[in-house]
Design a protein around this ligand. Sequence first.
Ligand SMILES: C[S@@+](CC[C@H](N)C(=O)[O-])C[C@H]1O[C@@H](n2cnc3c(N)ncnc32)[C@H](O)[C@@H]1O
Length: 232
Amino acid sequence: MSDPRARARELARDAIARGDVTGWFEQLYVESERDGFAISWVDLAPNPYLVEWIERQPTPPRGRALVVGCGYGDDAELLANRGLEVAAFDVAPSAVARCRSRFPGSRVQYLVANALRPPADWGASFDFVFEAYTIQVLQGEARAACARSIGGLVAPGGRLLVVARSRAEDGPEGAMPWPLTRRELDAFGEHNALGEHDAHGEPGLDLVSLTELVEPGDPPVPRFVAEFVARS
Ligand SMILES: C[S@@+](CC[C@H](N)C(=O)[O-])C[C@H]1O[C@@H](n2cnc3c(N)ncnc32)[C@H](O)[C@@H]1O
């Protein structure tokens, strides 16, 4: 495979044209394993912004954690090794199978699930939810819908950490991965713990910290690192 990212973009374009926004992930994982090329987002290491966040906590986070679009499982394993009770899911069965084979004795519960339609009993039930780079590989209405759905998984008082590529509201969308605008980031907060806006139309999660940074590179990559807290 000469350019794995070009292949990913091709699969994404075809699946989205068929009206299937998540259909290409499994295809990409299968091809990557069959043909022995590395998927652009697979680095087999925990997300550095998650590592930094966890190091910064005055007391170690405890309770139930959920990793969205977990890929090959490194973020989930980090959280489990820090004492959290972790569930991690991906829409691609091959990614989940790989997590299980990479970490055979893991305490993480790895599952195939779709963040757009999560299991009903996950609603408002996780003390910590970690989402990195999933919304930016979706298109159209699925982006905000998925962000709201993820917000709805956070227990009252629980926290959500989001890491994503970013762009200005009027900046070009570019090619997959499609960076998030600030308005798209706000969609994570537009779901309260009970799954509906309250009587005042208030969003359910507060944005408590937002770092906007530019990672050096060619080209440099602007990112959001955002922390939300679900209202009690
Ligand atoms: C860009 S990758 C990021 C993977 C991992 N979070 C990381 O940071 O390395 C996005 C992942 O989300 C998964 N994914 C995409 N849409 C999803 C959805 N609706 N529900 C669950 N997983 C999804 C993909 O299969 C893929 O593994």
